[in-house]
Design a protein around this ligand. Structure first.
Ligand code: ADP
Ligand code: TRP
Length: 330
């Protein structure tokens, strides 16, 4: 049996280069080797955005972007969280065995509670048990997540462990954080900060057109230029080189690296080249995003097919769970 992998993303923004090179490109490889579930966590987004403008459209957008990156609905199960009602039942059982003390200690809860003091809702508080249900309804073994999700993963393991202890079973595996191998890279931001993330000046989105991409790259933060031969690169400049390493070929990288080393590098030239290579990389992805987004029927069909597969797996788990606790099984 292939290992089960699950990853979720909240539909609160578009995919950017960081998501692509840091995660989605690895998903594309993983779908060939493992039993993968990729889903869009639209229920979770209600914890912070209670009145979404067009939640179905946002979910479809991420779906289109996932598909454009190469996720394949015939290889992986790609679905939207709210299409799988079984999740809620498992969420309820986990909530019964999770204590308010431990939920209150979760850092992301405390942060969000500070950010939205007028809306410290029970959904936000129980975010980790919904996430545990997402994962454990498929009895997933691996979850690729970033550092900020470690506490949520610890809670998911607790839900699995506690269920097993209380009901004297070994039904749930303890899901583990999955760390990508060498191929996933940390993508630096354009504003000189460490990491590309969802903020405009720092980030290049996969859907953005050529003109915007070029403009953003040309505006990337730099400094006064190399001061002495062969000197170490300050972070802002290293970031440009790292981006170049990601999207350009090795020769191009070497050419500019040598120019840095002999102090003849002009950032304008380097950025022009970087923009060129970025556009070349992104163009086919953007074109596919547009194609998918224009075909709502296809997206809905793919989502339906994903939901069917996800519900099949979740309902098998839920049947067992009901049996274990002692409820009627249909
Ligand atoms: P953001 O940080 O923009 O909010 P998310 O938290 O939605 O992005 O990211 C989802 C996943 O994408 C992360 O778990 C991580 O694997 C990957 N990711 C995001 N930003 C980067 C980045 N700059 N470099 C590498 N991977 C990233
Ligand atoms: N909490 C995750 C995030 O903010 C999204 C998410 C929801 C998730 N459920 C999940 C991730 C289950 C992995 C597994 O990025």
């Amino acid at each position: 049996m292939k290992d089960i992998v699950l990853s979720g993303i909240r539909p609160t923004g578009n995919l950017h280069l960081g998501n692509y090179y840091g995660a989605v490109r690895s998903f594309v490889k993983m779908q060939n080797e493992m039993n993968c579930y990729f889903f869009i966590a639209d229920w979770h987004s209600l914890t912070t955005h209670p009145t979404p403008e067009n939640i179905q459209q946002s979910a479809r957008t991420i779906l289109a972007e996932y598909l454009a990156c190469g996720l394949d609905p015939d290889k992986a199960t790609i679905y939207i969280q709210s299409d799988v009602p079984e999740t809620i039942e498992l969420y309820l059982y986990f909530n019964m065995n999770t204590y308010i003390g431990e939920l209150g200690r979760v850092t992301t809860f405390k942060e969000k509670a500070r950010q939205q003091p007028d809306n410290v809702n029970a959904g936000l508080f129980t975010y980790p048990t919904l996430m545990a249900a997402d994962i454990l309804q498929h009895r997933a073994k691996w979850v690729p997540v970033g550092k900020d999700q470690e506490q949520n993963m610890e809670m998911a393991r607790k839900c699995a462990r506690r269920f097993n202890n209380i009901y004297k079973t070994e039904f749930f595996p303890e899901p583990q954080n999955f760390y990508f191998g060498g191929e996933a890279v940390k993508v630096p931001g354009l504003d000189g900060s460490g990491k590309m993330g969802k903020s405009d000046g720092n980030c290049i989105y996969l859907y953005e057109d050529e003109k915007v991409v070029r403009k953003k790259v040309m505006r990337a933060v730099t400094d006064n230029g190399p001061q002495a031969p062969n000197s170490e690169k300050p972070e802002v400049i290293q970031n440009l080189f790292t981006l170049m390493h990601i999207v350009s070929d090795e020769e191009t990288y070497k050419y500019f690296d040598e120019k840095w080393n002999d102090c003849t590098l002009r950032y304008g030239d380097m950025k022009k080249q970087l923009a060129e290579d970025m556009v070349r990389t992104l163009n086919p992805i953007r074109e596919r995003i547009e194609e998918y987004k224009g075909n709502t029927e296809l997206l809905d069909r793919i989502a339906r097919q994903g939901a069917e597969k996800a519900r099949e797996s979740a309902s098998t788990t839920l049947r067992e769970v009901r049996k274990i606790i002692g409820f009627k099984v249909y």
